[in-house]
Design a protein around this ligand. Structure first.
Ligand SMILES: [Zn+2]
Ligand SMILES: [Zn+2]
Length: 231
């Protein structure tokens, strides 16, 4: 009953154009916002030019600790503004739409990676309290629900409330993140899937991956909603 009333008050809308839409992404926007296809970087999944062999410029230049990862869409309009609304305008429901889309699109890949546990990138306690939720956790739970894989929200903790990464250069990002996270226990799970909203330089996934492997993980992968086009 409460659900019905809520749906009547706030009918489901398309996460991109805001039109009323049961599925959360309308046909028009789905056509406009294409999933990232081939050719793409074998490691981070970013689109590459045909003449680039296997890895994108960024992955070629710098070795990041994780094995492989993928994102649904490029981080440009209308994806960027949709994610912004999700995080800063309290559109939690968008997270369920993205999560559902991630689970559906990467279902085979998740099975191929033989994931044992899903771990969302944590927010610092203070930031989560202010925002009211952790966006990566909403995505992870949706993916967990749809794949049947366990989600661990306490395994990785953010010790330091880092300054927003946006204005930083690659080197500064890494420095900013060093020691920002901690893994709270030794883990038995072999393959870990790290979930975040946006992949930019990969520094966050890298930092968490290093710690997870120190604590016993064998392989780490990532999935995000969107990915930047490179620096
Ligand atoms: Zn739409
Ligand atoms: Zn790459």
């Amino acid at each position: 009953m409460i659900k019905r009333i809520l749906e009547w008050l706030y009918p489901p809308v398309c996460v991109f154009c805001g039109k009323i839409c049961e599925q959360g992404i309308c046909a028009e926007c789905r056509k406009k916002v294409g999933i990232i296809g081939e050719p793409r970087c074998k490691k981070c999944g970013k689109p590459i030019r045909l003449e680039e062999a296997e890895l994108c410029y960024d992955c070629e230049r710098e070795e990041l600790d994780y094995e492989q990862g993928r994102s649904l869409w490029l981080h440009k309009m209308p994806v960027s503004s949709s994610i912004y609304a999700f995080k800063y305008k309290n559109r939690r429901i968008y997270g369920e739409v993205y999560g559902k889309e991630m689970a559906k699109t990467f279902e085979k890949l998740i099975r191929l990676w033989e994931i044992d546990v899903i771990v969302p990138v944590p927010l610092h306690r203070k930031k989560q309290k202010k925002r009211g939720f952790n966006q990566a956790e909403i995505l992870a739970k949706e993916i967990g629900l749809r794949t049947g894989l366990p989600v661990d929200t306490t395994l990785v903790k953010r010790k330091i409330n880092t300054v927003p990464q946006k204005e930083f250069s690659r080197r500064e990002r890494k420095k900013n993140l060093k020691n920002a996270f901690e893994v709270t226990r030794k883990i038995k799970e072999k393959n870990v899937l790290i979930i975040d909203d946006i992949y930019t330089t990969g520094s966050t996934i890298h930092s968490i991956s290093v710690l997870l492997k120190k604590s016993g993980a064998e392989k780490t992968y990532f999935l995000t909603i969107s990915i930047g086009q490179g620096l």
